[in-house]
Write a protein that binds this ligand. Structure first.
Ligand code: FES
Length: 244
């Protein structure tokens, strides 16, 4: 078998209808998103994929690269290329609309459900006429919020999660991580309702603590730790005979 060219990159893209291989130049500092974009511009103008910021801020470029969910704009080809080739597919655990574009509705609906609990997104206790609440930045509750608050909803953790793969009713790491931040937010009027939802059917009890979400999160969050917090609080409440 001929050795792969040092100057060519084979990009296998799992398109609607099946995988297609394209060959493009291997370039310095080339990202996977650069490679997909070059394929689209040179060979496949109808190739569907998403991106926006190209600098690791929006999370919209998430795809499966060699079977691992990643932000493609922050993944250098040099880091993932194997024998001169990379494989790019849509995120796992989400329906595909076309080519590399997934339907994110189920992911966001679960997120919204976790946040709603029995209400809306963040539901503040204070009105605009109240003074700003004083939150001690060193309090354990605020530190729990800070540890999980930087999620940008890219769904990489959701695609990495094996529990989501076999149980589509599971809320998933991102939604439960968000629930944990709200459950610890002293300004949230709906904290108890959010927590109750996250501790219910399809919630934290379904997590097997595999940690795939932690390994995959592009911003270094630890959803497994947040979910463990929800589980711990459930246990305390059970032992205490309290639902709050
Ligand atoms: Fe925005 Fe990659 S395009 S994070």
């Amino acid at each position: 078998m001929a050795a792969p060219s040092q100057h060519k990159l084979t990009v296998e893209i799992h398109r609607t209808g099946g995988p297609v291989r394209y060959e493009i130049p291997l370039r310095d500092n080339q990202t996977v998103l650069d490679a997909v974009t070059e394929v689209q511009r040179r060979f496949a103008p109808d190739l569907a994929y998403r991106f926006a910021c190209r600098v690791g801020v929006c999370g919209s470029c998430a795809m499966s690269v060699n079977g691992i969910p990643r932000w493609t704009c922050r993944t250098h080809v040099a880091k993932v290329v194997v024998d001169g080739a990379i494989s790019v597919a849509p995120l796992r655990n989400l329906p595909v609309i076309k080519d590399l574009v997934c339907d994110m509705a189920s992911f966001f609906e679960k997120w919204t459900d976790a946040e709603h609990g029995a209400g809306a997104v963040f539901d503040g206790k204070a009105t605009r006429h109240d003074p700003l609440p004083a939150i001690d930045p060193e309090s354990p509750r605020r530190k729990a919020v800070d540890a999980g608050i930087e999620c940008i909803n890219c769904a990489v953790c959701y695609a990495a999660c094996d529990v989501v793969a076999w149980d589509q009713g599971y809320l998933g790491p991102a939604a439960l991580n968000r629930a944990w931040t709200l459950a610890n937010d002293d300004r949230a009027a709906n904290a108890d309702a959010v927590k109750a939802k996250a501790q219910g059917v399809g919630g934290c009890g379904s997590c097997h603590s595999h940690g795939a979400c932690v390994a995959a999160c592009p911003v270094g969050l630890n959803p497994t730790q947040s979910i463990a917090g929800l589980k711990r609080r459930s246990l305390f409440e059970l032992l205490r005979g309290s639902g709050s």
